[in-house]
Design a protein around this ligand. Sequence first.
Ligand SMILES: *[C@@H]1O[C@H](CO)[C@@H](O)[C@H](O)[C@H]1NC(C)=O
Ligand SMILES: *[C@@H]1O[C@H](CO)[C@@H](O)[C@H](O)[C@H]1NC(C)=O
Ligand SMILES: *[C@@H]1O[C@H](CO)[C@@H](O)[C@H](O)[C@H]1NC(C)=O
Ligand SMILES: *[C@@H]1O[C@H](CO)[C@@H](O)[C@H](O)[C@H]1NC(C)=O
Ligand SMILES: *[C@@H]1O[C@H](CO)[C@@H](O)[C@H](O)[C@H]1NC(C)=O
Ligand SMILES: *[C@@H]1O[C@H](CO)[C@@H](O)[C@H](O)[C@H]1NC(C)=O
Ligand SMILES: *[C@@H]1O[C@H](CO)[C@@H](O)[C@H](O)[C@H]1NC(C)=O
Ligand SMILES: *[C@@H]1O[C@H](CO)[C@@H](O)[C@H](O)[C@H]1NC(C)=O
Ligand SMILES: *[C@@H]1O[C@H](CO)[C@@H](O)[C@H](O)[C@H]1NC(C)=O
Ligand SMILES: *[C@@H]1O[C@H](CO)[C@@H](O)[C@H](O)[C@H]1NC(C)=O
Ligand SMILES: *[C@@H]1O[C@H](CO)[C@@H](O)[C@H](O)[C@H]1NC(C)=O
Ligand SMILES: *[C@@H]1O[C@H](CO)[C@@H](O)[C@H](O)[C@H]1NC(C)=O
Length: 835
Amino acid sequence: MMMIPYFSLLLLLLSGLFCCLISASISPGWTLRVGGPNTNLTSANNTFSLSFISVNSNNPSSVAAAISYSGIPVWIAGGDDGVVDSNAAFEFRTDGNLRLVNGSGYVVWESKTGNRGVTMATLEDTGNFVLRNDSVMVWSTFDNPTDTILPTQNFTMDKRLRSGSYSVVLLKSGNLTLRWNDTIVYWNQGLNSSIDANLTAPSLSLQSIGLLSLYDLKLAQPVVVAYSSDYGEGTDVLRFLKLDSDGNLRIYSSVKGSGASTERWAAVLDQCQVFGWCGNMGICSYNDTKPICGCSSQNFEFVDPNDSRKGCKRKVEIEDCPGNSTMLQLEHTQFLTYLPELSSQVFFVGISGCRLNCLVGASCVASTSLADGTGQCYLKVSDFVCGYQSPSLPSTSFVKVCSPELPNSPPSSPSSTDTKTRGLRAWVVVVVVLVTLVGLVLLESGLWWWCCRNSPNFGGFSAQYALLEYASGAPVQFSYKELQRSTKGFKEKLGAGGFGAVYRGILANRTVVAVKQLEGIEQGEKQFRMEVATISSTHHLNLVRLIGFCSEGRHRLLVYEFMKNGSLDNFLFTTEEQPVRLLDWEARFNIALGTARGITYLHEECRDCIVHCDIKPENILLDENYSAKVSDFGLAKLINPKDHRRTLTSVRGTRGYLAPEWLANLPITSKSDVYSYGMVLLELVSGRRNFEVSASTSHKKFSLWAYEEFERGNIENIVDRRLTEHDVDMEQAMRAVQVSFWCIQEQPSQRPMMGKVVQMLEGITSIEKPPAPKATTEGSVSGTSINASSSVSNFSTFAASGPGPSSTSSFQALGVPSSVSGRNIERTSSSLLQN
Ligand SMILES: *[C@@H]1O[C@H](CO)[C@@H](O)[C@H](O)[C@H]1NC(C)=O
Ligand SMILES: *[C@@H]1O[C@H](CO)[C@@H](O)[C@H](O)[C@H]1NC(C)=O
Ligand SMILES: *[C@@H]1O[C@H](CO)[C@@H](O)[C@H](O)[C@H]1NC(C)=O
Ligand SMILES: *[C@@H]1O[C@H](CO)[C@@H](O)[C@H](O)[C@H]1NC(C)=O
Ligand SMILES: *[C@@H]1O[C@H](CO)[C@@H](O)[C@H](O)[C@H]1NC(C)=O
Ligand SMILES: *[C@@H]1O[C@H](CO)[C@@H](O)[C@H](O)[C@H]1NC(C)=O
Ligand SMILES: *[C@@H]1O[C@H](CO)[C@@H](O)[C@H](O)[C@H]1NC(C)=O
Ligand SMILES: *[C@@H]1O[C@H](CO)[C@@H](O)[C@H](O)[C@H]1NC(C)=O
Ligand SMILES: *[C@@H]1O[C@H](CO)[C@@H](O)[C@H](O)[C@H]1NC(C)=O
Ligand SMILES: *[C@@H]1O[C@H](CO)[C@@H](O)[C@H](O)[C@H]1NC(C)=O
Ligand SMILES: *[C@@H]1O[C@H](CO)[C@@H](O)[C@H](O)[C@H]1NC(C)=O
Ligand SMILES: *[C@@H]1O[C@H](CO)[C@@H](O)[C@H](O)[C@H]1NC(C)=O
């Protein structure tokens, strides 16, 4: 007796399993319903899915059975007519027919494949839904497109794309045409006349890289009809050709999973040239850049006030006119005419003839005098006309209305009575322009006078140089003499580091700068300029800006913006030279965030990704608002490799910022910067050097001791004691401490990317408890001296590991961090100290 429940349970389980395993292929008898047991069918890779989708945001119960890519429909059963209610069903019937029935059982659409031996239907990963008799294809959505063509889909002469009244047709000649109501061809692109071939069966196909090409047996090679603007770019991008409801044919690209698509090509550049876009009697024009639809005068009103594209209608029909009818004149307007068109007649008459001929012609509704030199006048006799108004059109048009004519209130066509005010306006414009010009000249000469009076030392040439080039944002090239002058002969030294000494200078335009005299650079002029270009193209709020450079003989100098508050170490660590100026918690946290953002930009966001290789408080400068700016990025590449040998032999005590991989024969990546940043972050919180050992840290390295305290939950022991308790936001401190432990993980792969670090600090991403950073040999104060020859090879390849294709570029590193050089340990590197 217990057997039956068990059995049914098993069945239930199996069927449950089966339902969810269903993908790609289905057998006859399958039905798709909104909220039914089968809500969708997905292709093998989940790229495409067949389901009911909502087609009208105002009415959620109107749906359509569609194949979609990340929510973008690419095929709709029944096309525009396939809109049904939510009780509808999409049936794969046992006879092999595919049907869409609405809630009352009415067949809205069918594939007409009944009794043709169809045994299976498959949604393929190309987006093609295929009905097969065993292995023979009986029917497919690729052969029955609605408004979209996917890559690998062939569009041939016997097929149509449709959207509303619009359609796309391929002709035997290879011409691709766009049509309205199947008759009026408003866009036509033929093969280049130099290609002289009688095609047999042309076929249009969109390649996945974004080329729309025409294939034919008679063509030696496919002819490209259109290139999408992003062709050949990107991965995981689906491109598709779609006839939009506005009558334009476009190529779109969509990144998988984004659900959004971007226009990459459009057949008709001028939307107003799409026949019927504004409906009957509608007038298309541009406001700014957007095409808009309007009516020609107050004699008309919108057919649907909620949708200007539905066209206009006369308020009083001509037949019902109590008085006489008249011709309303429209300047700079033409009624679209695509020849040969039966609905219009061509005459060779002047403007007034064009008007009169239409007025007296009973069937004529409107007329256009082209006024383009051809002398042509079109009389529109169809009951569907659409207009185009643009100041660039010479044409004058007339439309028959019941008198009196009521022009639109702000007439775009100025009549002769306006000439007086127009003349006046022109005068005002002339006067304003003249006054402005004179003012500018005066201002400029004033500036010149001011500059030259104040800086007699500087020649007119260099002043001009600085004014023009500095303003343009490109790096300015200075002569050595110029820099010598601006630094008063390299008098005022701001600091010295691994790359060379830094001096304060004042440029001709009175900008205060920091001039870095690079040492040990034996790179060629060209290579140096390339690196300078890379560095100066790297702009970020949290990066020190490179203003210019000098490359003359053996002299290599870099000119940076001057940072009033010097480097971060001055605000954290007590030195003998000067008492520490404490920063409050808010400032410190902002510096931590700013620094992280700057490094994120270097790693993940800029064009040529840069591994800094030397993140430490000395290289984090503070501007007048105490905003952090990372300096010295991109310099590691400049140093001559020969120099490493010399500096490396003297490595002694890595000062705690170098990631373990520097010493372990492993490649240096952006994760090495993350390690260094983690150490800096810990120092920002604690106000102590990370490698400090003292009785207060139980004679352990500070970073290791700090982790133990963190484990015990004693965050307040880690935080700088000099900060008052109520000042510190303990929640931020907790986040910062945890992030720093994640950053200083021994395994580079364990460390987060810099972008993630920013998010964790901001509290956007939750932070898991970090594992213990291992006690490694790095950073021990006793110091390890490295065998130079074995180490140099370690630094031969750097790879920036960031997301995106550009960041995968790896580069030959010619550099090594300046902190490795043993000499200037107390005042290492390049701090552009404060005045
Ligand atoms: C497809 O169906 C499965 C279960 O049948 C469901 O989990 C999934 O959300 C559906 N996908 C879509 C796009 O409706
Ligand atoms: C689909 O998945 C297979 C492996 O499962 C893969 O080789 C193929 O490239 C994928 N196709 C697409 C379009 O993603
Ligand atoms: C189904 O279609 C028929 C014919 O167009 C229509 O009369 C009927 O109202 C539709 N039923 C529903 C529920 O939409
Ligand atoms: C379908 O397949 C069956 C047997 O496999 C065959 O007899 C029949 O002719 C096929 N029908 C078509 C339309 O190919
Ligand atoms: C498209 O046409 C090409 C060549 O004419 C053919 O190899 C390919 O199978 C066709 N694709 C489809 C989906 O029918
Ligand atoms: C569309 O064309 C058909 C004939 O081809 C015609 O009867 C119909 O009036 C046209 N529609 C409009 C709105 O002109
Ligand atoms: C094909 O297009 C060209 C212009 O691109 C045109 O001159 C030619 O007449 C068209 N041929 C046909 C058959 O429409
Ligand atoms: C036609 O092809 C020739 C030579 O291939 C080329 O010079 C010309 O620009 C092409 N014309 C058009 C309209 O594409
Ligand atoms: C194409 O066909 C026409 C007539 O059918 C013929 O006169 C012409 O020479 C052919 N052109 C080519 C390139 O074969
Ligand atoms: C352009 O048209 C849009 C809507 O059609 C309107 O919101 C916008 O204000 C117009 N802009 C101008 C400059 O007229
Ligand atoms: C236009 O929209 C309003 C509100 O959305 C609606 O009340 C009105 O009936 C609509 N008018 C037409 C002609 O559809
Ligand atoms: C209507 O037109 C006729 C002839 O063109 C003219 O004699 C008559 O005065 C007009 N009537 C009105 C009300 O303008």
